[in-house]
Design a protein around this ligand. Structure first.
Ligand code: ADP
Length: 256
């Protein structure tokens, strides 16, 4: 039986709670991610995708309802516990890479381990191996602004992987990449998923990027509107279905 690694139960998020500007961005989300899943989250702009991914990954806390990561309920943890827990379980990849320009690529990748006071030799060992795998060994002493977008995103992936997380959370990870670097990144994520069993939850607006996942969650107006499993479909068949779901939405907007 695959293990549930992420679960949202009656998850609700209200921004500006208890004020005149209160806005309910997620209504009543119930959702499970099993170990080894590769879930893509799509939906129109403003539908709640970032809110969802932030709330299921400890970046933000739900207004009500529960989020469990590896069976542990997030709201019951102290902020110290959440920090440690993130370091032990989660790797994050963002659209704008979130690398610090004042630090070398090496120092950026080392960040999660430095913060956790991991031994310097151990840090060096892990970074050397990862940098080789991601083909950025020659760039470790450079600063991010001396590197291309694709190279920076590969450094960001190294940073996400350096603590050997079992779950990767990615918010529009290809948003700032050209098509060659995007498909390169997707192949890396797919390999991590297939070969290392890493669970991936990723927000994207691109059907082609989603076609690398094993399940699509389509969010609309703060609700999960559609769930599509890849199942036995080829990547091409899955892609066609993903396009259909997205274009039905676009047609609806056109008809309004
Ligand atoms: P998406 O990622 O799908 O574009 P978001 O999760 O960013 O959507 O936003 C969902 C809704 O919540 C939007 O209407 C947005 O304006 C609102 N929202 C997002 N963040 C905040 C915030 N910090 N304060 C108030 N409203 C917010």
């Amino acid at each position: 039986m695959p293990q549930t690694v992420l679960e949202a139960k009656n998850l609700k998020k209200v921004y500006n709670f208890n004020t005149a500007n209160a806005f309910e961005a997620l209504h009543d989300i119930n959702f499970k991610v099993e170990e080894g899943d590769f879930v893509a989250i799509m939906g129109p702009s403003g539908s709640g995708k970032s809110t969802f991914i932030n709330n299921i990954s400890t970046i933000d806390l739900p207004t009500s309802g529960y989020v469990y990561i590896n069976g542990k309920e997030v709201r019951s943890m102290s902020s110290n516990e959440i920090g440690r827990f993130r370091y032990q379980n989660l790797g994050f990849i963002f659209q704008d890479f979130n690398l610090l320009d004042t630090h070398t690529m090496y120092e950026n990748i080392a960040m999660p381990l430095s913060l956790a006071h991991v031994d310097r030799e151990e840090i060096r060992r892990r970074i050397t191996k990862l940098a080789e795998q991601m083909d950025i060994s020659q760039l470790l002493e450079k600063f991010p602004n001396e590197c291309s977008g694709g190279q920076r995103q590969r450094a960001a992936i190294c940073r996400a992987l350096v603590n050997n997380p079992r779950i990767i959370i990615a918010d529009e990870p290809t948003g700032n990449l050209d098509s060659t670097n995007s498909s390169e990144l997707m192949k890396i994520l797919q390999r991590l998923n297939h070969e290392n069993g890493v669970t991936i939850v990723m927000v994207t607006h691109d059907p082609l990027i989603t076609s690398y996942s094993s399940r699509l969650l389509y969010i609309k107006d703060g609700n999960i509107e559609t769930v599509l499993e890849k199942g036995d479909m080829t990547q091409d068949e899955y892609f066609q279905k993903i396009v259909e779901i997205n274009s039905a939405e676009s047609r609806e907007i056109l008809q309004k």
